[in-house]
Design a protein around this ligand. Structure first.
Ligand SMILES: [Zn+2]
Length: 412
């Protein structure tokens, strides 16, 4: 009789036991097992970690030894042994421009392949589009959010140019919103906000080739900034030169979307003002290799950009990662990490990719690998602490608990 009871109950015992301890482990959809996790740029690594994802959120991240229950059969297990787990990356300067036209009619598979090539295979789970055809980008965003196309969370800024400041690198037939007065800038900014855009980007300096740069007056900057700030939205700038930086800072812009390598360095006054106003800087160093033919000149521009990054970083300024992809076509992020790594240690680079943008853009559930946060995760094949270029070696990209990129399987 006793043995009969045993036989009857035995299979149920582990089930009862595990459900008592697991607290909903049955809902775990993805389990990353055995990796080294960096919960944030400032917290110690968890060796041999287990990361459990449930309903799009991080349910647990802990050393393997602390997980007292069996993982549910239904969970997708990712073998992360030898890999590194970090929060999903932000690219705070992209464009859905070159090759992204007519997004409403492009097949989902094609759109997804392009998304992978440009963003998700580089670990990107959040982007800022700093200027493209707004209707086209909104269409891409809609298709991503509908689950039709695997992609990052997309936020977009609407562009405003100075009067007669049509940059030479944009097709002359392209219709650009040029503001001649503060009133016009105010109207344009209001229009963008009405369309549902998430921010504004001002060309406080427009590149005119052999002709002098056209700068935007501070009064025009202020008018657009007031509209965005009243709604709690950020304002970016493309500065081009020193006057472009100074007018942007005087007008209260939040983010410099490029360094200004042709100027060589920021002045002490600029650095102090940037720091005081909590201005963020996106260095876009790889871009400087794409805008000139002569490699020696490109090297000089990159080095000047690195110097400016180093200047602001050493003042404690906020730095964001951004590459201008979709305008420039070097999708591979390796070089940007290498360049930024000349100015800052790897864990600060992790902050540029994760915590800095999450804090600046008030995405309070993103940026860290901690219980309760959104399951926006990157699994790297190698440790960025030993080489910053490893930030570009992505095995998996997960957004809101869904795998949006899975690298090619390597033969053992
Ligand atoms: Zn750009």
């Amino acid at each position: 009789m006793i043995s009969k009871i045993h036989r009857l109950f035995l299979p149920f015992l582990p089930l009862l036991f595990s459900s008592a301890l697991a607290l909903g482990a049955d809902h775990v959809t993805i389990a990353c097992v055995g990796g080294k996790a960096y919960p944030s740029p400032t917290t110690p690594a968890i060796e041999s970690a287990v990361l459990l994802i449930e309903d799009g959120k991080i349910a647990t991240v802990a050393p393997r030894s602390q997980i007292k229950y069996d993982l549910p059969q239904s969970a997708q297990k990712l073998d992360c042994k030898g890999k590194v787990i970090v929060a999903g990356f932000w690219n705070s300067h992209v464009h859905f421009e070159t090759g992204w036209q007519d997004a409403a009619n492009v097949p989902a598979s094609k759109l997804e392949a392009h998304m992978q090539e440009m963003l998700t295979r580089w670990g990107v789970t959040s982007v800022w589009d700093l200027g493209s055809d707004p209707n086209n980008t909104m269409t891409i965003r809609r298709r991503v959010e509908a689950g039709e196309v695997s992609g990052p969370r997309i936020q977009m800024a609407g562009d405003i140019f100075p009067k007669n400041g049509h940059p030479v690198y944009l097709p002359p037939e392209m219709q650009l919103p040029e503001a001649a007065t503060p009133g016009e800038a105010q109207q344009m900014a209001q229009q963008y906000m009405k369309m549902g855009l998430d921010g504004i980007k001002l060309f406080t300096g427009a590149f005119m080739g052999a002709k002098p740069t056209v700068n935007m007056d501070t009064a025009i900057v202020k008018a657009a900034v007031n509209v965005a700030h009243a709604l709690g939205k950020p304002v970016f700038t493309h500065p081009q030169n020193r006057t472009g930086v100074d007018n942007a800072l005087a007008g209260g812009v939040d983010i410099l979307a490029h360094t200004i390598p042709t100027e060589g360095q920021y002045t002490a006054e600029e650095l102090a003002r940037m720091k005081r106003q909590h201005t963020a800087l996106i260095p876009t160093l790889t871009l400087w290799t794409t805008v000139v033919q002569d490699p020696a000149v490109a090297d000089q521009l990159v080095q000047a950009g690195v110097n400016e990054l180093k200047q602001y970083f050493s003042e404690g300024g906020t730095i964001l990662f951004g590459t201008d992809v979709g305008f420039q076509s070097k999708y591979d992020t390796t070089q940007e990490f290498e360049f930024m790594g000349r100015a800052m240690p790897w864990h600060d680079l992790l902050a540029c990719l994760t915590t800095n943008p999450s804090e600046l853009f008030k995405a309070t559930n993103k940026g860290r690998v901690e219980k309760g946060m959104d399951a926006d995760i990157v699994v790297l094949d190698a440790d960025p602490a030993t080489d910053v270029r490893n930030f570009a070696k992505v095995a998996y990209t997960i957004r809101a608990g869904k795998i949006i990129y899975s690298g090619p399987k390597k033969s053992q």
